[in-house]
Design a binder for this molecule. Structure first.
Ligand SMILES: CC(C)=CCC/C(C)=C/CC/C(C)=C/CC/C(C)=C/CC/C(C)=C/CC/C(C)=C/CC/C(C)=C/COP(=O)(O)OP(=O)(O)O
Ligand SMILES: O=P(O)(O)OC[C@@H](O)CO
Ligand SMILES: [Mg+2]
Length: 239
């Protein structure tokens, strides 16, 4: 297994911080010392080189892994522990599957630290989200259709990560369960709409890694409570 895959394998809980949103030093310290396994830096709009460098250097004061989820080439900042590269599987627009990626490779060439890159097969499921609008994702999927996309990522493309993305809304548990049953090798990330311990526990039982984002900016105390909720939850096993 590649070193980057080994790095993310133990991640159960991750906070995703958006460079385009304000976060005080005290709040950042609470997040970084919360016991979460890692910080992902990313957003689907307003991410610039400047706000990404600024956030990375502030997180760097703490001893936990920090990943950049690359969503805009202008914000390809060196100095992260790893780079997570989304490919949106359920869009008809190849720009978001391979187009930006081809351009990135043409632009950065030998500067790309390949051994620090990890590809994520994104399945975008909230129609009312920035990422769905941006990528034109076909979010109107039955559970079995989402599971088929997950198997494209897992079994045909051998992607290290399948990312069920409900950004901004709590997902359908039955869909997540159906996807869980279909994914064998990829690490299954869940993100979207977690605002409480109970919601965190539900998704932690089904997924390898739970990502918590927006609630950080709305109710920090609730966000912090999700860390132990996830870590104390055992994953269900499916045959
Ligand atoms: C030189 C150097 C340091 C290199 C570093 C790495 C690098 C740049 C390597 C180049 C290789 C490469 C292949 C890069 C890919 C470039 C790229 C721009 C790909 C497109 C990625 C993509 C599909 C983006 C679409 C949007 C997306 C899926 C974003 C992921 C994050 C996300 C969904 C955040 C949620 O957004 P949020 O703002 O929270 O949304 P809400 O408003 O709903 O809350
Ligand atoms: O912001 P929320 O809704 O928690 O979603 C987390 C993450 O999946 C966003 O990319
Ligand atoms: Mg967000």
């Amino acid at each position: 297994m590649r070193a980057v895959q080994q790095m993310i394998k133990p991640w159960r809980h991750v906070f995703k911080l958006d460079p385009d949103r304000e976060l005080g030093d005290g709040e950042l310290e609470a997040l970084c010392l919360s016991g979460t396994d890692a910080i992902m830096v990313g957003g689907s709009s307003g991410v610039t080189y400047e706000n990404t460098v600024d956030l990375m250097s502030r997180i760097r004061r703490y001893a936990l892994p920090v990943a950049l989820e690359v969503s805009d080439l202008e914000a390809a900042v060196p100095g992260f522990d790893l780079y997570m590269i989304p490919m949106v599987l359920n869009t008809p627009d190849p720009t978001w599957i391979v187009g930006h990626h081809r351009r990135a490779i043409e632009r950065y060439g030998y500067l790309i630290p390949w051994d620090m890159l990890l590809t994520e097969g994104y399945i975008v499921l909230n129609d009312n989200s920035t990422v769905a609008r941006l990528t034109g994702a076909d979010t109107d999927l039955q559970a079995e259709e989402a599971a088929a996309y997950a198997q494209v990522a897992d079994k045909l493309m051998s992607l290290p990560v399948v990312y069920l993305e409900y950004s901004g809304r709590f997902g359908e548990v039955e869909t997540v369960r159906t996807v869980r049953e279909a994914v064998e090798h990829s690490q299954l990330f869940y993100g979207g709409g977690i605002t409480s311990e109970a919601e965190a526990v539900q998704m932690a039982a089904l997924c390898d890694t739970v990502v918590v984002g927006n609630i950080i900016y709305q109710d920090l105390e609730q966000a912090l409570l999700t860390v132990q909720a996830v870590k104390n939850t055992q994953q269900m096993h499916f045959e």
